[in-house]
Design a protein around this ligand. Structure first.
Ligand SMILES: [Zn+2]
Length: 345
């Protein structure tokens, strides 16, 4: 008698690997009524990745759908009579193309080792910031305002064309990018602004560059940004696993991380924020629970002490919008900001 023994090898992986977006689709869905809008907002809790933050009547809502979700998504749209057209048939193809230098970019735009026809990872961006100190001695210095949960530096530059000559109440401004790590064009834009401040001959750019002490941070969510290169291109939050819950059968990572842009200690967990750790807009367990948000807040408070802190710009993608304080209120309430008219003019 022959005894056959079957050995089943179970591969246990401890890391998540690189998430593939092969055959993920993006649909454009057209809500025609408030009921449609509510229906679509209901889907946000089903772990669909909405590329449109705010769904409104008459405007296409862009929703990314995994191959596993596709059949039920399409049948739901049919059942409620919502038109859903495929806008991107395979997200992975776009991601692959994004890693190649852009052929239509201005290749003459260079500063040091940087050009603006490709995306750089965190190490490359930080190395470039160091390079600028050598290229512009006495004007550029680097600073680290804190560390991420995984120990990465939250690093930026100070640009000051009149160091030591500004008197007691210098004008100060801050620019921040990459708080939502998947929005790669944000750090790229912020590094472009650094280049413009250092090299442009345009009188208006020169005035802006030289009349302020600039504190500029291309990547304030360094763990998330690194993870968009090494783990999941579409990662938006930080990488804090402290509040993790199980979300879906086919994604054991979604329940990690906190949306740092929803974590600040100001009207926390009100508009556009979620208390569900599975959500991409999860605001965290409490205001300012995250090291990265704490570092930004502390730096802003210190700048208020150092002079006339006039501007704070945060860059996101994608949309064609300028948001001014306070965007948690509407209508007459916006006049809570006493300089509202200046900001929108
Ligand atoms: Zn964003």
């Amino acid at each position: 008698m022959i005894l056959k023994i079957l050995i089943i090898a179970v591969l246990v992986t401890t890391s998540y690997g690189i998430k593939s977006y092969e055959n993920y689709k993006v649909y454009n869905v057209y809500p025609r009524s408030e009921v449609d809008v509510e229906r679509l907002n209901g889907l946000k809790n089903k772990e669909y990745d909405f590329w449109t933050d705010v769904v409104t009547v008459g405007n296409p809502a862009r929703i990314m759908v995994s191959p596993a979700q596709d059949a039920s998504f399409v049948s739901y749209m049919r059942s409620v009579g919502l038109a859903a057209n495929v806008s991107i048939p395979n997200v992975k193809k776009l991601m692959d193309a994004q890693m190649q230098p852009a052929s239509n970019a201005d290749r003459s735009a260079r500063l040091g080792s940087f050009s603006w026809d490709r995306y750089y990872n965190l190490q490359q961006i930080h190395a470039w910031l160091d390079e600028l100190v050598t290229l512009y001695p006495g004007v550029v210095s680097t600073q680290v305002i804190g560390r991420s949960l995984e120990g990465r530096e939250i690093k930026g530059v100070i640009i000051d064309f009149r160091e030591g000559q500004r008197g007691e109440n210098p004008r100060i401004a801050m620019i921040e990018g990459g708080i939502h790590s998947r929005e790669w064009i944000s750090p790229a834009t912020v590094t472009w602004i650094i280049k413009e401040f250092l090299t442009s001959n345009d009188p208006e750019v020169r005035a802006l560059a030289e009349n302020f002490i600039w504190h500029i941070f291309p990547v304030v969510n360094p763990d998330g940004y690194s993870y968009t290169f090494a783990g999941d291109r579409m990662w938006r939050k930080n990488r804090n696993p402290a509040n993790r819950v199980e979300c879906t059968e086919d994604d054991n990572d979604l329940g990690n991380g906190i949306d740092l842009n929803r974590n600040f200690d100001y009207v926390w967990m009100t508009v556009g924020a979620s208390s569900n750790p599975c959500s991409r807009t999860y605001a965290g367990p409490s205001p300012s629970s995250e090291l990265e948000a704490q570092a930004i807040m502390q730096h802003v408070l210190s700048l208020k002490q150092k002079g006339n802190f006039l501007y704070y710009f945060a860059f996101h993608s994608y949309s064609q919008m300028i948001l001014v304080p306070y965007s948690h209120v509407k209508g007459y309430e916006v006049l809570q900001a006493s300089n509202y008219a200046d900001m929108v003019s």
